[in-house]
Design a protein around this ligand. Sequence first.
Ligand code: ADP
Length: 598
Amino acid sequence: MIPYLTRIKLLEQQRSNLTKKKVNLKRLISLAKSERLLISIAILFLLLSSATQIIQPYFFGKIIDNALTSDTMHLVNINVLILLGINCAGAIASSFRSWLFELSGQRIVYRLRQNIFNSIIKQEVGFFDDTRTGELTNRLSSDTQVLQNAVTVNISMLVRFLVQIIGSLAVMFYLEVTLTLVLMVVVPMIILISKQYGSIVQKLRKKFQDELAAAGSTAEESISNIRTVRIFGAERKISDHYLDNLLKSYAVGKKLAWNTGLFMGIVSLLVAGVHDRKLSTGLLASFLMYMLQVALAFAFLASLFTDFMQALGASERIFDLLDRQPKIPSTSDSTCCIKPIDFDGYVHLENVCFTYPTRSDQQVLNNITFEIKSGQKVALVGPSGGGKSTIASLIERFYDPQSGTIYFGSQPLNTIDPQWLRENVSFVNQEPSLFACSIRDNITFGFDKNNISLDDIQLVAKQANAHDFIEQFENKYDTLVGERGVRLSGGQRQRIAIARALLMSPKLLLLDEATSALDAESEHLVQEAIERAMINRTVLVIAHRLSTVRNADLVIVIDHGTIVEQGTHDDLIAKEDGIYKKLVLRQLMAGNSSITTE
Ligand code: ADP
């Protein structure tokens, strides 16, 4: 027994699911509203084509009767011509109907896909940590397809089958009221009785087979053990035993016979009721065709129901996504609208604590407090996995800290206009991702392309040491970089990303220095580009190179999510037993250029 309270809860849940389903169904149907004109015209054509379908059996019956009763073929010919005309009209109406429904479906879905995509793209970064890309693209492709079918094809089928049922029944009434009434009662009764009979017979047959098998095995056992039967004189006993088994199967057989007789009797009685009328052959043929139309329409309606249920599921997933409000506003959101006009690059982190939403048991940052003064170059160093990139992500507001505040000037980050933030802070990743478009489009990504001249693009590309290699390509700035920029080397991709950041001309530049191995030439070019990008700018760099750290105004050592040391390179290197000193010494001894331990 389910406890009373649990039962109440289950009932409440069922009720709220039902309300949700109803709301979703309403919203699903309301999707079609935007195309009501097209859909209305489509429904008109649908009614027309259905009407032609309903009328056909009537003329068909007439043709048969004419052919059987009249001496000339004149009437037959006229009716054949009419039928042909009806067929043609039906075909034309059908093609218009299909075209208009398909067109309105495509229009609804393209708008829906755009809305879903807008909703996906404005979600906070944490949402994407938690949701699989495949799942989201599925919403855009197959779920929307299911909805397209539901609001167009399925709705049109629903109307069509309802019209077919109502229309066919109407004509049947027109042709012969009593016969139609009788059929309306008799046919469902025959179907019900047949179903009932079928299930009874199935059970009885199984039982009959079982009893027969038991009798068979008794006989087999006795015959094969005939010597033992003889020795003990058990012929009579064995015979009785076999008879017992036979009687059991016979009893079941009797039941079977009785049920079959009863079924045949009832059905014959019902059919006799239908049969016992004077109908012309043609009328009977029309009747049968109408019956078939009604029966088929009912069968299709049942399968439509399954499609609707599937669409309801898809719509729930889609509406949930459409309704989801991002936890961090995107650039298209205007609710956080403060633009710190006097921002000079000064950023202050105060007691920042952070846990990734997908890994709530691991505190990644603990009470992080530091400031980046205007124009300063601040280097974050420390063992891999310590939390350096996470700090950069929080300053970019990819995530919000659970506690503590990040200030831009005197303004808390969570009150700042996201658009302003994107224009004033830029992030150059160590593995920059490019889009599968031209170099020019990648450099101007996020800008209004028409406002940027090729001269502007070339200027930043030169500063980023990218111009020369771009000029060597046949299509120069129009060269396509391939998916994620695969047609470029790692060093080239980084220089494009630096050019992109330079075009933005951010007040604050976040840099993640590359640890991946580049060839010496490329490394030199990238390094030079980075140094140029840092000039006259406030910079926070996740540093891996000793040269970068040496030149930094402040070095912050992060380990296990906390600041363990901070100061200039000289201050920290002077510390006995300092973590920073150990990192640097290890690098010098290993002779590599990275001060990050993996
Ligand atoms: P660092 O930049 O110092 O190498 P990170 O800031 O990248 O360190 O990572 C700090 C910790 O946070 C690591 O334990 C890492 O596994 C975890 N982490 C990083 N990104 C995510 C993420 N998107 N979701 C969950 N955990 C993450």
